[in-house]
Ligand binder design. Structure first.
Ligand code: SF4
Length: 398
């Protein structure tokens, strides 16, 4: 039985270089590898078609040729996608499927379509207005469209039974990851923010059954602890849509004397927050999932009157005992930038110390940022701030 460190090291290698994993998977099985984009595409559909769904990740390579197709004021993720397309880093993918949530992502998809003429890119446009009753059948139509496109592209029939099977596999995977989150919130295990990112990010790019099996081994091998140590400041990491923040940044934050106890990062809890209903029509289940996720962990790319991100955030702090928040924002991420004032206002109203860190594709000034993180931790440690006030009560989405 491998140790938890050995399992984590294996998952870290895959999360670091998902294309290599996908190439080996494709060679072994002779099936298609399909790139999907964050943050709303239901991977279950691709899995049910017998292909490997891979959430395409930001590359660790500098952006070179990609500069010619997208402006510098696009987020690092979309510029990296374009650069990967132009520098031959996307060979392993047979096609791409995406659900639109952001104009920058659409720009990247157009640039990729222009560059990768041999790789089809399928787009479904989901409405972001979550309260309208008419939106439910509209999203269902988009799911049916994606299913038909996948069937045609993969040359298979995707049966309801196959989708239901895939839903169960992905739910099991998400449940194990959420169990790790629960253990971490309760202080029963020590998983660093960087390690949690590896666990979630690898789930985005691996064969789901293989990943679940490794997760189960990881859980069995983990040594449970009692508490984190009194002197560490408990933090919640928030935000960072679409791609994973640099692990060096997460390590630096914790090296200042903090422990991350929770997050709502996309390459984190946001990604695994919600299961797809397992009863009833599976395509209806995938439709429901789109709405349920926003109720569970609201996102500023969607509009819903009955929930909001800032209320969710403050409630999460009560649950995890986090004493401060670091908001990680990908530079030029418009949906996040425009919503940030709401988050800041609510955290200020509740007396929660917080810090905003913007990330770029490469080249973060870690030592400068260290000073800012240390200042945040100092504010928390001095107890200058009262505990969070009760969050405003909002009715959950029906
Ligand atoms: S949501 Fe933000 S990070 Fe994602 S593609 Fe749009 S701008 Fe980039």
């Amino acid at each position: 039985m491998p140790t938890s460190e050995e399992i984590l090291a294996r998952l870290a290698r895959i999360a670091e270089d998902p294309n290599r994993y996908a190439e080996a998977w494709k060679k072994a099985r002779g099936r298609k590898v399909i790139g999907t984009f964050p943050m709303n595409f239901p991977l279950e559909l691709v899995h049910a078609a017998g292909a490997l769904p891979v959430v395409v990740q930001e590359s660790g390579q500098p952006i070179t040729l990609g500069r010619t197709l997208l402006f510098e004021f696009y987020c690092g993720y979309t510029r990296s996608l374009t650069d990967q397309a132009m520098t031959g880093q996307m060979e392993v993918f047979d096609a791409f499927f995406l659900v639109d949530h952001c104009v920058a992502l659409l720009g990247a998809a157009d640039a990729m379509r222009f560059e990768l003429t041999d790789k089809p890119i399928f787009l479904a446009q989901y409405m972001a207005s979550m309260d309208e009753a008419w939106n439910v059948p509209e999203i269902r139509k988009q799911i049916d469209l994606l299913r038909a496109q996948l069937e045609e592209f993969c040359g298979v029939t995707i049966t309801d039974a196959a989708i239901a099977h895939s839903i169960r596999l992905y739910n099991r995977n998400r449940q194990l990851l959420r169990h790790l989150y629960d253990l971490r919130r309760a202080g029963r295990i020590r998983i660093t923010a960087g390690q949690m990112q590896v666990l979630v990010k690898s789930s985005m790019v691996m064969d789901v059954e293989e990943h679940t099996s490794l997760l189960a081994d990881y859980l069995a091998a983990l040594e449970q602890e009692n508490g984190f140590g009194e002197d560490l400041v408990k933090l919640h990491l928030s935000g960072h849509f679409c791609h994973a923040p640099p692990i060096a940044l997460l390590d630096m934050i914790e090296s200042c004397g903090a422990v991350v106890v929770d997050d709502d990062l996309f390459a984190g809890f946001r990604y695994i927050s919600t299961d797809v209903p397992e009863t009833g029509d599976p395509a209806d289940g995938l439709t429901r999932w789109y709405f349920d996720r926003n109720t569970n962990v609201p996102c500023s790319t969607q509009a819903q009157k009955t929930v909001d991100w800032e209320t969710y955030l403050v409630k999460s702090l009560e649950k995890s005992g986090a004493e401060g928040v670091i908001i990680l924002m990908a530079k030029f991420c418009e949906p996040h930038m425009l919503y940030y004032p709401e988050l800041r206002k609510e955290l200020d109203r509740c007396g929660v110390p917080h810090l905003l860190i913007e990330t770029e594709h490469l080249g973060l000034p870690l030592e400068q940022l260290r000073t800012r993180v240390e200042a945040l931790l100092e504010r928390v440690s001095r107890g200058a701030v009262a505990s969070p006030a009760p969050a405003r009560h909002l009715q959950p989405h029906p």
